[in-house]
Design a protein around this ligand. Structure first.
Ligand code: NAP
Length: 326
């Protein structure tokens, strides 16, 4: 498996990982086991996905069954929006570690740049009577990042990074830190290619991980079912004729083409699948190469910010937070 070397720590991050958002417990257990059996060593989860527990059990069972070592795996989890304040970082990382049954994670990310208040009992966002999330307007990235550095210094996270931060927010952290972020995880796919922020990351030695690399085909239903929220013009990247034509030419699936497009550009990908055949397909990206013409044709699909799927508007009122990034 090709890896990206993380700056400063020199850690190896497998360039393909398994995404685990939106899968139920049974699916997650099967998907993680199948992925590890198929050669995945990088698993992406988050406090907010409510699956760290089942992932922890599954990892433990797989490691025991295969007499494998913890160090062979690269596990990412994320500090939730409700915990975006310095004195919540260690508490929430420890909660995640407890559920994951791990002593450390390989990568801990600040999930989003904006913060919410939470209900102490349920650990979910507090809302007002209109159903709007109660925003914590005091979110302070500098003190938050210092707390991230502290959990890294304590060995609870081998690497630390950001997710969904914009360029100005990344620069501000870089100018005020001891340890630069090793990774930025952002929505990135053929319709939202993120060239400018990727250039910044290349300059600053930050590895980029693309989330929703297939265009998150399952998110449309998820938004409707969970939040009663509908994104206008939900994209069908895998059905675009340029993608399907290139796929036919290589005798590969459209999914493999859009993933190869990213990894060929040194962007890591974390496709989610709960389907064994697609799990196997999504890591089988290294025995073919897109030509320069094919890469250029795929580059033409970029729609800039119009291609964004995950704008977080499903959290009612989120755009009023001063750190809302888009
Ligand atoms: P995605 O990986 O782009 O798409 C997943 C969807 O595509 C699922 O519905 C899956 O269905 C289907 N699929 C998987 N492989 C396929 C293939 N080869 N051909 C056709 N369809 C395929 O979307 P995502 O889940 O939004 O993003 C991936 C991961 O990124 C997440 O799971 C999560 O770990 C992470 N993420 C992070 C953030 C963040 O804010 N940091 C936000 C979103 C996602 P089946 O399961 O039926 O195969």
């Amino acid at each position: 498996m090709k890896v990206l070397k993380l700056h400063t720590t020199n850690f190896s991050m497998p360039i393909v990982g398994l995404g685990t958002w939106q899968a139920n417990s049974e699916e997650t257990k099967r998907a993680v086991t199948s992925a590890l059996d198929a050669g995945y060593r990088h698993i992406d989860t988050a406090f907010n996905y409510n699956n760290e527990d089942v992932i922890g059990d599954t990892l433990k069972a797989w490691l025991d069954k295969n007499s494998a070592k913890r160090e062979e795996l690269f596990i990412t989890t994320k500090l939730p929006h409700i915990a975006n304040r310095a004195n919540d970082v260690e508490k929430f990382l420890k909660l995640s570690l407890q559920k994951l049954k791990l002593d450390y994670v390989d990568l801990y990310l600040i999930h989003v740049p904006f913060g919410f208040y939470y209900d102490e009992e349920t650990l979910t966002p507090k809302k007002n009577e209109n159903g709007e999330i109660l925003l914590d307007l005091e979110t302070d990235h500098i003190s938050l990042w210092k707390a991230m550095e502290s959990v890294m210094n304590k060995g609870l996270a081998k690497n630390i990074g950001l997710s969904n931060f914009n360029e100005a927010q990344i620069k501000k952290i870089n100018q005020n830190c001891q340890m630069k972020p090793q990774v930025l995880q952002i929505e990135c796919h053929a319709y939202l290619q993120q060239e400018s922020i990727r250039e910044l990351c290349a300059k600053e030695n930050i590895a980029v991980v693309a989330y929703s690399p297939l265009g998150s085909p399952g998110a449309r239903n998820h938004f409707m079912n969970k939040y009663n929220y509908e994104l206008k013009n939900f994209p069908d990247i895998l059905g675009h004729p340029i993608v399907t034509d290139i796929a036919a030419r290589h005798n590969k699936s459209p999914g493999q083409i859009v993933l190869r497009f990213l990894v060929q550009n040194n962007v890591a990908v974390i496709p989610k699948s709960a389907n064994l055949a697609r799990i196997v397909q999504n890591i089988d990206l290294f025995e073919f190469e897109l030509t320069v013409e094919e890469v250029n044709a795929l580059k033409q699909l970029d729609q800039g910010s119009d291609g964004r799927i995950i704008d977080f508007y499903f959290w009612k009122g989120v755009e009023k937070h001063p750190c809302y990034p888009f």
